[in-house]
Design a protein around this ligand. Structure first.
Ligand code: SF4
Length: 250
């Protein structure tokens, strides 16, 4: 039997909407990214290169902002002309300026953009890429995931729990903390990593992997998340979504 490749994103997509899962992982349709997604990827890349490639004595706020501006200027002219892109530039620039004031730019992360893959069941591989892993003073590890945008009301800890499971299994090191760093606003959300929570998250991910392989119907889940779905442009229930958006105001 072929190995099933699972990632925290794949689990999240499946749990959000089975129809989106089909578009993304079965039909492999082209995702239509929003301008904010492009800006968010750029900021992630800037931070990863800043901490991963620059020697400590070359890291300061001017260099961080220069890296952002250079990469922004290299985006396609078509993108740069899109409505709302200037605001995205300003918002991400000020998020990075605040980051530079708030955070230790001389920090030496244990790993940056760490790709990890582990076998979690005889036919299931779990993989993912973490923005950053820091080493705590007591030798344990702290997984950090940058989030462009502000702190949402509701946070799903399963992505961080799965990252912790992968890192502990691969590196045989204890992960004591895992956090989302929200760049817009500077808030931090840290999850507890109790063994019972990790076991539960792993069991749920394995159950989801089974459901993914058995799924045939791919029912849509219409909800406010549709507004940000990269497959809304081609979604089979687009008309119904439009009606619900108008009626419910999202
Ligand atoms: S637009 Fe909504 S219903 Fe359609 S695929 Fe995306 S999340 Fe699912």
């Amino acid at each position: 039997m072929a190995v099933f490749r699972l990632s925290p994103l794949r689990v999240r997509v499946f749990n959000t909407c089975h129809l989106r899962y089909r578009y993304q992982y079965v039909d492999k349709l082209q995702a239509r990214l929003r301008p904010a997604d492009t800006a968010g990827s750029l900021v992630h890349n800037v931070l990863c290169d800043f901490f991963g490639k620059l020697p400590r004595d070359e890291r300061d706020s001017e260099r961080l902002i220069a890296m952002f501006e250079e990469r922004w200027a290299a985006l396609s002219p078509r993108y740069l002309r899109m409505t709302g892109v200037d605001e995205l530039h300003d918002r991400n620039l000020s998020a990075l300026q605040e980051f530079a004031q708030r955070e230790d730019l001389g920090a030496e992360p244990f790993q940056v953009e760490a790709y990890v893959q582990v076998q979690i069941a005889p036919e299931v591989t779990l993989f993912g890429r973490m923005d950053r892993i820091d080493e705590e003073p007591d030798g344990t590890l702290h997984i950090i995931d940058y989030k462009t945008g502000s702190h949402p009301g509701d946070v799903d800890a399963s992505q961080l729990q799965l990252y912790a499971i992968m890192v502990e299994s691969k590196l045989e090191r204890t992960v004591s903390r895992a956090s989302f760093w929200y760049l817009d606003g500077g808030s931090v959300w840290t999850t507890e990593l109790r063994p019972a929570d990790k076991e539960q998250t792993l069991a749920r991910a394995l159950a989801a992997a089974k459901d993914m392989q058995r799924e045939r119907e791919y029912e849509p889940t219409i909800a406010p998340h549709c507004a940000d779905c990269p497959f809304l442009y081609t979604c089979a229930v687009r008309d119904e979504i439009a009606q619900r958006r108008q009626a419910e105001g999202w």
